[in-house]
Design a protein around this ligand. Structure first.
Ligand code: F6P
Length: 354
C-alpha cells in the first residue's frame, strides 16, 4: 500500500516540445488515478533551493497546455545542487547544497519527485536518489540520443521543423543554382540531420559519426553538376567534427557557416547558410510527441505508486518500460555509420562527405 500523498514535478535541461504534455499527464493521473496532490517545482532542481517558489498544480493549471511548447515550470541547463555556483566577493564559489534541496522537498511535503530531463538532469536525479530522494525520471531531448529509450519526445517535432525548413530552402537553392547549407541541432549525435536530411531530400548530410573532408563535399557538388543538377543542399549537424583542414577556421562561428565558407572557397560556387538553432526546440508538439509524452507521464506516476524509485521510464519495442537511471545515464545512442538508415541514404545518392 503506497504511502504517497504528494509528489513534485520539475523540468531540467533544454526545453523540448512535449514537456507540458508530460506535466499535464502527471497532474491528471496523479490526481484522478491516485488522489495525490502535485507540486510544480520551477526551473529544475533550482526550484527546491527556494521552496516558496513551488506551488500546487491543479487540474485547472494544466488545462490547455497540451499543445504548448516549452515548459510551464521553466527550466535551466545550469542548475546542479551538487555543484551549485554562486559569486561571492567577485569569485565563483561551487558548493554542494543537495542537503538543502532534500530538506526543502520534505518541508513542502513532497513524498516523491518526477524529474523530466536529459542526460545531465538524469545524472543529478540519480545522485539525489542515492542521497535519499524518492525520484523517478522521464527522458527528454530533441536530439534523440539517449540509449535507454528508442525515442525521446520532442524529436519528432524537431524533425518536422527541420524537414519543413529544408523543403523551403529547396526552392531558393534550385531557383538560384546555389549550394545551401542548413545547420541543425545535434550536439553529440546526427539523428536530426540524418532523418531530416533524408525526409527533406538533402544531397549531402554531415553528422558527428562520419568524418568528412571539404574536398569530397566539393567533389559531390561537382558530380551533381555533371548530372545537370545546379544546386546542392547540405544538412550539417551542429556537433560535427571539423576535418584538419578546417580547424584553423573555428572561431566560435556556427559550424554551418564554416562548412559554407570552406565550400565557397574551394568550389567557387555561390553558397548560403541557414542555422536553424532553437526554432527546432520550439513550437507545438506533434501528435506523436504528445502521445509519447502522455504515456511517459502516466508511467512515471505508476512507477511512484509501485515504489519503483531510481528508475526512468523509456520506450522499448513500442512498449513503455522502466530502466534503472544508473544504467541509463552517460550512454549515448549515436548513428551507426554502417546502419540501415545511412545505407538507405547512400543508396539514393546522398553523400556524407567521406
Ligand atoms: O541537447 C539538446 C540541444 O538542443 C542540443 O542539440 C544543443 O546543442 C543544445 O541543446 C543547445 O542548448 P542551449 O539552449 O543551452 O543553447
Amino acid at each position: 500500500m503506497s504511502t504517497i500523498r504528494c509528489i513534485g514535478v520539475c523540468t531540467g535541461g533544454g526545453d523540448a516540445p512535449g514537456l507540458n504534455a508530460v506535466i499535464r499527464a502527471v497532474v491528471k493521473s496523479a490526481f484522478l488515478k491516485y488522489g495525490w496532490k502535485v507540486i510544480g517545482i520551477p526551473d529544475g532542481f533550482d526550484g527546491l533551493i527556494w521552496p516558496e517558489r513551488s506551488h500546487e498544480l491543479t487540474l485547472k493549471d494544466v488545462s490547455g497546455i497540451l499543445p504548448r511548447g516549452g515548459t510551464i515550470l521553466g527550466t535551466t541547463n545550469r542548475g546542479d545542487p551538487f555543484h551549485y555556483k554562486t559569486i561571492e566577493d567577485g569569485h565563483e564559489v561551487v558548493r554542494d547544497i543537495s542537503d538543502q534541496v532534500l530538506a526543502n522537498a520534505a518541508k513542502l511535503g513532497i513524498d516523491a519527485i518526477i524529474s523530466i530531463g536529459g542526460d545531465g538532469s538524469m545524472k543529478i536525479g540519480l545522485d539525489l536518489y542515492r542521497a535519499g530522494m524518492n525520484l523517478v525520471g522521464v527522458p527528454k531531448t530533441i536530439d534523440n540520443d539517449l540509449s535507454a529509450t528508442e525515442v525521446t519526445f520532442g524529436f519528432d517535432t524537431a524533425l518536422h521543423t527541420a524537414t519543413d525548413a529544408i523543403d523551403k530552402i529547396h526552392t531558393t537553392a534550385e531557383s538560384h543554382h546555389r549550394v545551401m547549407v542548413v545547420e541543425v541541432m545535434g550536439r553529440d549525435a546526427g539523428w536530426i540531420a540524418l532523418e531530416a536530411g533524408i525526409a527533406g531530400g538533402a544531397h549531402i548530410i554531415l553528422i558527428p559519426e562520419i568524418p568528412f573532408s571539404i574536398e569530397s563535399l566539393c567533389a559531390h557538388v561537382a558530380l551533381r553538376e555533371s548530372y545537370g543538377k545546379r544546386f546542392t543542399i547540405v544538412v550539417v549537424a551542429e556537433g560535427i567534427h571539423l576535418p584538419p583542414e578546417m580547424r584553423h577556421m573555428s572561431r566560435g562561428m556556427p559550424v554551418g557557416n564554416l562548412v559554407g565558407d570552406a565550400i565557397a572557397l574551394m568550389s567557387r560556387r555561390e553558397v548560403r547558410v541557414s542555422v536553424l538553432g532553437h526554432i527546432q526546440r520550439g513550437g507545438s508538439p506533434s501528435p506523436y510527441d504528445r502521445i509519447l509524452a502522455t504515456r511517459f507521464g502516466v508511467a512515471a506516476v505508476d512507477l511512484i505508486a509501485a515504489g519503483q524509485f531510481g528508475k526512468m521510464v523509456c520506450l522499448q519495442q513500442e512498449c513503455i518500460r522502466a530502466v534503472d537511471i544508473a544504467d541509463a545515464v552517460g550512454l549515448l545512442k549515436t548513428v551507426n555509420p554502417a546502419g540501415e538508415l545511412v545505407r538507405t541514404a547512400r543508396a539514393i545518392g546522398i553523400g556524407f562527405g567521406d
